[in-house]
Design a binder for this molecule. Structure first.
Ligand code: MIC
Ligand code: SF4
Length: 754
């Protein structure tokens, strides 16, 4: 048993009381989100209710999860915190570093060799500090967490934005940067601004080709990539109850794509069935006795407009399958409109590859429904026009679907099964020919489709759809194929129509696995040593960032004014760069290379105010650093959208960028910047973005008075000698200002522990 039943029992034994106390203080019916948040306060019982969207609150999460690409930096930081053991149950999952090239077996063997140093580091550091280690091949963090650790009413944080997947099992699960994970593992409170609430009522029932994925594709279309910022989305209603637990997981997973802090569902029969199927009947038994506490109060769901900050209703019976993309997950097109849209936008309609799986959509249900389409292709004598790949989410799912014949079915339609890992979803895809940068289309069941994400090719148009739809599209080879209405011509020249997909919520014969791939830590790891080779190009011990000198910051040069979408993929690209995630100096060579320079519309091409020449962003910035000149980055809306990777904050910090001034931030990235001792500022007046010119110098003239709720005054000096004054807002509270003063949050922890 890998989960901690005792800890969960202890939490449940106190939950009812905590929620009852909270209800007295709040003095009105509570949503599920509020129940879970109030039941996880660091300082037991509140005396006044928290104001949503305003109050910073200290929480005590039940557990921490980390994946290999972020765990390296998180654990390098934890090693500096001076603790013997982690304070809460924590796990590390080796999933992001496996490249998908040939097939599961060969790719895993290659990864074991090429990533040996990193895996050895993660395995030994986990062992030393009491952290469970899921070895390469065990599966993708979020699927493994759902299968083993998530529990209704619990609260967890994870160093990956899709940690939110665990909301499918009624948790409040939140993606964070590594420095936040360090707080919790070091036994300190974890701080979050008390979120606003979005209620989504689901009525009706899914049918035909529509799947849970379409619910979130629709929601993404409604809310857009920043509509959920600062909010928790709570789903409820009869429609919600009719969804499988893993389907709920899919919906919560992609909540990251609308910027939501997390999403969740109330405990119901589907969760009970999933807990039973994954050997956790004991949790289901206790959860059944606490049902009312593990869902929102009836009054809240009856009058949602009164209790949520925003309310959306979706009728599942009428929901159409959707295809979202390209380049952004919120461009939602219902299948009936895809032909028109494709034509209108000149999207290439020949689909080169269909890819299913990932942490988002690799449940037994997803795979069985996709397999039912593949089976029809065989029976109806259709040959698959696109390439087709599968990345199973966990070894447990992979083993079970192989046992039940689905892998064989996929193989018969020419599929390639990759390792249980992120693979193509995060650019770990050795796609042949992608360097030619041809305009082409792929369709996948993953969650993100930012430019270059899957294969590094900016001209790959990636679309997101449910696994069953991806399978049908791959068989047809056409983006504008609508399986509900369109016929295909089979190998005998006959016209055939695909029937609706069918599947199984859970395996009839139960899940099975030979070796799930888990390594438990030793009881006492104090004597164990963690070795980091000084000459390593992949791992580097951290040197603390310098503390602030208490002076106003003057003479900051503009490094880049980024235009439009600037996600963490633009700031710290993944794919080939994942190999340097444990080496701050080396990975800093990708700093902001994807951001579009507003002055020339090019990426990785900025003017140096020292040399007057244009060069790559990291090279230009390193020259400023050598000359002890600090710099500032200016950006657009939702800056830092996407991943939790704190490299997107540590790299700029390491290279000497001290401030980031934007129209708005994505939540995790803003916190990451603060944690690493940087200034994360937003324009008071959005239009001031237009005032910023290429050769500008910035003076933060009243930083000495940096205090909560008080705007900062910035003087911009243009090269023509003109001066303009603008105001910048910030969301730092007094604790966060201390992080800035100390040089980073970690410097402060170290000070407290020394
Ligand atoms: C992603 O989906 O972008 C990632 C890769 O899983 C990231 C984490 C990372 O960059 O390591 C995330 O979502 O947080
Ligand atoms: Fe991995 Fe993709 Fe899921 Fe991120 S979104 S955890 S890269 S499978």
């Amino acid at each position: 048993m890998v989960f901690d039943l005792d800890a969960i029992n202890t939490f449940y034994s106190k939950m009812a009381n905590k929620v009852d106390e909270a209800r007295k203080v709040v003095n009105k019916p509570l949503s599920l989100t509020e129940k879970i948040l109030y039941a996880h306060l660091w300082n037991s019982n509140p005396t006044t209710p928290f104001t949503r969207g305003t109050d910073y609150v200290d929480f005590a999460p039940d557990r921490v999860a980390m994946q290999d690409a972020t765990a390296q930096m998180a654990l390098l930081q934890f090693m500096q915190a001076g603790k013997k053991k982690v304070a809460v149950p924590s796990t590390v999952h080796a999933d992001h570093l496996i490249q998908a090239k040939l097939n599961a077996k060969k790719d895993l063997d290659t990864a074991q060799i090429s990533n040996k140093e990193v895996y050895d580091f993660l395995s030994s550091v986990s062992n030393k500090y009491g952290i469970g280690f899921w070895k390469p091949g065990a599966g993708i963090i979020h699927q493994v967490v759902l299968e083993n650790y998530a529990f209704p009413g619990g609260m967890m944080i994870g160093t990956d934005s899709h940690t939110v997947n665990a909301g499918g099992l009624g948790m409040i699960a939140i993606g964070v940067g590594g420095a936040d994970a360090v707080d919790v593992m070091a036994g300190m409170p974890w701080e979050l601004k008390f979120p606003k609430l979005i209620g989504v009522k689901l009525t009706g029932k899914l049918n035909g080709w529509t799947s849970p994925k379409d619910v979130i594709l629709k929601v993404a279309g409604i809310l857009t990539v920043k509509g959920g910022t600062g909010c928790i989305i709570e789903y409820f209603g009869e429609g919600a109850k009719s969804l499988s637990c893993t389907g709920k997981g899919t919906i919560c997973n992609m909540g990251a794509e609308v910027g939501a802090t997390t999403s969740t569902f109330g405990y119901d029969k589907s969760m009970e069935r999933y807990l039973n199927a994954t050997n956790r009947s004991k949790i289901a038994e206790i959860a059944n006795t606490l049902k009312d506490y593990l869902t929102g109060d009836q009054e809240v769901y009856e009058k949602p407009e009164e209790y949520f900050d925003q309310f959306i209703e979706i009728n599942l019976s009428e929901l159409e399958p959707h295809i979202n993309g390209p380049f952004t997950p919120d461009k939602a097109t219902p299948i009936s409109k895809i032909k028109d849209e494709a034509e209108k936008n000149d999207w290439p309609t020949d689909v080169k590859v269909g890819l299913i799986g990932s942490c988002t959509n690799s449940s037994y249900e997803d795979i069985s429904r996709a397999a039912s389409i593949a089976q029809q292709a065989i029976e109806k004598k259709l040959s698959t026009k696109s390439e087709f790949t599968i990345t199973p989410g966990s070894e447990q799912v992979r083993y079970t679907i192989e046992r039940d014949g689905f892998i064989e079915t996929f193989n018969k339609i020419g599929a390639n099964v990759f390792a249980n890992a992120c693979g193509p979803c995060i650019g770990q895809w050795a796609r042949s020919g992608s360097d030619k940068q041809e305009k082409n289309t792929i369709v996948h069941s993953f969650n993100r489709n930012f430019s270059k994400r899957a294969d590094g090719n900016p001209n790959t148009h990636a679309f997101v759809a449910s696994p069953e739809l991806v399978t049908a599209i791959a068989i047809s080879g056409k983006l504008d194929f609508n399986p509900i209405t369109d016929k295909l011509i089979n190998n005998d020249g006959q016209e055939v129509l695909l029937n609706e997909p069918t599947g199984f919520e859970l395996p009839i014969n139960g899940f099975d696995v030979e070796d799930a791939g888990y390594q438990a830590p030793v009881e006492d790891g104090t004597e164990l040593e963690v070795i980091v080779d000084e000459n390593s190009e992949r791992l580097q011990l951290l040197t603390p960032f310098k503390k602030w000198n208490n002076q106003n910051l003057t003479g900051l040069k503009l490094l880049i004014k980024a235009k439009g979408k600037c996600t963490t993929d633009h700031i710290s690209m993944a794919g080939p760069w994942l190999r340097f995630r444990g080496h701050l100096d080396n990975i800093s060579n990708n700093c902001l290379i994807g951001a579009i320079n507003a002055f020339n519309e090019k990426s990785n091409y900025v003017k140096s105010q020292i040399t007057g020449k244009y060069d790559e962003v990291p090279t230009t910035q390193r020259i400023y650093k050598e000359n002890n000149i600090q710099t500032i980055v200016v950006g657009d809306h939702n800056y830092g959208e996407g991943s939790s990777r704190e490299h997107a904050a540590m790299e700029p910090r390491h290279l000497g960028i001290i401030a980031v001034l934007v129209k708005s931030f994505a939540r995790i990235h803003e916190t990451n910047l603060k944690k690493q001792g940087m200034l994360a500022l937003t324009f008071h007046n959005e239009d001031d973005y237009n005032k910023v010119q290429e050769d500008d110098t910035f003076n933060l003239i009243d930083l000495k008075n940096f205090s909560p709720g008080k705007s900062l005054n910035i003087e911009i000096l243009h090269s023509n000698g003109k001066k303009e004054n603008i105001k910048a807002k910030h969301t730092y509270n007094s604790q966060q200002i201390e992080w800035f003063k100390a040089g980073s949050a970690l410097n402060l922890i170290k000070k407290l522990n020394s």
